[in-house]
Design a protein around this ligand. Structure first.
Ligand code: FES
Length: 583
């Protein structure tokens, strides 16, 4: 829906607070989901014991009951079930549009299907136990579900798969934003398949065993009914009655939710509109209470939202141009995510921000942003000018070395070299910006202050010299001559931010400081030195350079001559080891 810029906009002040979502909402939803997941995993593990024997299954059930049928376990389970159901209804109520991704739709549909399929099982086991004292042993339940009512058994198996898939989708949405997710993904896939398959196989095996017992022993069924205090016909009829009441209750809850949603949308549409301006002048009008992300999606404006609007991934973040103080305050969890990415004060999560007045926004990530983009760690990601130190390093004479060696050897030596130098840079607190041929560019102070950046850069140069000696000793049989490097460091203002496209996006710096640092590295050849740092870096880092060699040079692109410090060996920066960066 687009609107003319002259549309009247109005939102009553009393509504400005009410759109805020309770801080604990996400934790509650996640916590309840995890408790239910734990219940399902232990239940399936118990089923899996049927692969050993019916007796093993019954013995495992004792532990299962110990865990879940005590007052605490019961309260946790029932409470989680209620909370989870309430969140499902709330999700339907609060959505402005019912269009969603396949994963989201599947999770929602399966979430509603699971209780429908499970009601009779719960009534026949837990409720029968509570009301009539029926002992729901595996033999008793398997006789009912495997021998007497195979369709019922099939329904329970389908319910198991449905609950499991629903849980796995939820876990996937949660875990895929973790930095270690990709590393453990193969294990998760394995567990996601193994647990239900073993559980269902245990059910089938033990079901077969109970079937054989019933066939071999005519008194088996009667003994089981007596031993387990099976409900009588009238009691079973009452359980069925209960089942239909529960179904009616569930239907009423869904119908009421949809009704409330329709009513809310109607009332909101009467409250006026909020106009959101996007880059390139596109203006959309939405109801107050709608998030910026919902506004984008409703109006088909491509907008990254890796976590589906759950406020976890940060990929939907937008810069609010001008009027951020008119927005409701971010809640604790939004603030936490914004802090995690070091967002600037004018940045908000589009999925959590519900504008109550007109505003203009700029989405900060491309619509195809990946979960990895959610871990960007610095305000610099947004693009800003800041004073940083920049280090360039290059291997001397590497071209002739590579001409004499096989490609495999060249790659081997280069990778060892990059690893050693990268470690030295990172140990000093810097970040490797890029490897260019045999060259390295590194940034220091992006997440800190200029002084810390300069100290880190000097320490990195020293560490690189030490690591180079170690590497040369290690590779002495593979190298015609020890590797020699030239390092140049300069500090100054640079534009720092995420640059690139698609998967080739990374934090980098551009500007005159970068060019000057690179030229200082090139100058090491002229001086036959290992390290050249600008005097500015030395002063910034508090380096006592009185005993070091100072020179003045012309640097291409700079009007003024430049004061530099030349060092034959960067290890001579020994006194720096006592210099600490700010905590
Ligand atoms: S969509 Fe993930 S934080 Fe907004």
């Amino acid at each position: 829906m687009s609107a003319s810029p002259t549309s009247k906009t109005f939102v009553s002040p009393k509504n400005r607070k009410k759109w805020g979502i309770p801080v604990t909402k996400r934790r509650l939803r996640l916590g309840s989901g995890l408790i239910l997941f734990a219940f399902v995993v232990t239940h399936l593990a118990n089923h899996a014991l049927g692969l050993i024997s019916l007796e093993a299954m019954e013995a495992g059930r004792e532990y299962f009951l110990m865990l879940w049928r005590n007052p605490v376990g019961t309260a946790l389970f029932v409470g989680s079930l209620m909370v989870h159901a309430a969140f499902a209804l709330h999700a339907v109520y609060s959505r402005r549009r019912l269009r969603m991704s396949i994963g989201e739709a599947l999770q929602l549909i399966l979430g509603f299907a699971a209780p429908i399929l499970l009601v009779s099982h719960v009534l026949g086991t837990r409720a029968a136990m509570q009301i009539y004292g029926t002992e729901d042993t595996y033999a008793y339940v398997l006789l009912a579900l495997w021998v007497d009512n195979p369709m019922g058994g099939l329904k329970q198996s389908a319910a198991t798969v449905i609950v499991w898939v629903h849980a796995c989708i939820g876990l996937y949405y949660w875990l895929r934003l973790k930095p270690w997710f990709m590393r453990i993904l193969p294990w998760l896939y394995g567990m996601a398949l193994l647990i239900p398959v073993l559980g269902l196989l245990g059910f089938v095996f033990a079901g077969g065993a109970v079937g054989r017992l019933a066939a071999q022993d005519p008194g088996f069924r009667l003994d089981l009914a007596i031993d387990n205090n099976a409900p009588e016909a009238a009691q079973i009829a009452y359980l069925y009655q209960l089942e239909s009441w529960i179904f009616m209750g569930m239907g009423a809850a869904i119908a009421l939710t949809l009704l409330a949603r329709a009513l809310r949308l109607y009332l909101e549409s009467r409250e006026g509109v909020v106009r959101i301006t996007y880059p390139e002048g596109r203006i959309v009008s939405v109801s107050p209470g709608m998030t910026i992300l919902e506004a984008s999606q409703l109006n088909e404006i491509p907008h990254a939202a890796v976590c589906g609007g759950r406020g976890r991934c940060s990929t939907c973040r937008v810069r609010v141009n001008g009027t951020i103080e008119n927005l409701p305050e971010p809640d604790d969890s939004e603030q936490k995510v914004l802090r995690r990415v070091g967002a600037a004060p004018d940045v908000r999560l589009a999925c959590q921000t519900r504008p109550t007045e007109d505003l203009s926004v700029t989405p900060l990530l491309p619509p195809n942003a990946s979960p990895r983009d959610g871990f960007a760690k610095s305000a610099a990601m947004q693009g800003q000018e800041q004073e940083i130190s920049i280090l360039f390093a290059d291997i001397r004479g590497f071209t002739s070395f590579s001409e004499q060696k096989l490609p495999y050897d060249v790659v081997f030596v280069l990778n060892r070299y990059f690893r050693s130098m990268g470690e030295a840079i990172e140990q000093a607190g810097g970040r490797v910006d890029k490897f260019i041929g045999d060259g390295i560019m590194a940034l220091f102070g992006v997440d800190g202050n200029p002084r810390d950046g300069a100290i880190s850069a000097l320490k990195a140069a020293q560490g690189m010299a030490v690591k180079l000696d170690e590497l040369n000793a290690l590779l002495k049989d593979d190298l015609p001559a020890p590797l020699r490097i030239g390092i140049g460091i300069h500090a100054g203002a640079a534009i720092v931010g995420e640059m690139g496209y698609s998967h080739a996006i990374s934090v980098t710096a551009i500007g005159d400081t970068v060019n000057t640092s690179s030229r200082l590295e090139a100058k090491t050849k002229d001086f036959g030195a290992q390290l050249i740092v600008s005097e500015h870096v030395a002063e910034l880092g508090g380096l006592d350079s009185s005993a070091l060699r100072h020179e003045e040079i012309e640097v291409r692109g700079r009007k003024e001559p430049m004061q530099i410090i030349v060092m034959d060996d960067a290890k001579d920066l020994l006194d720096l080891t006592d210099t600490k960066v700010s905590p």
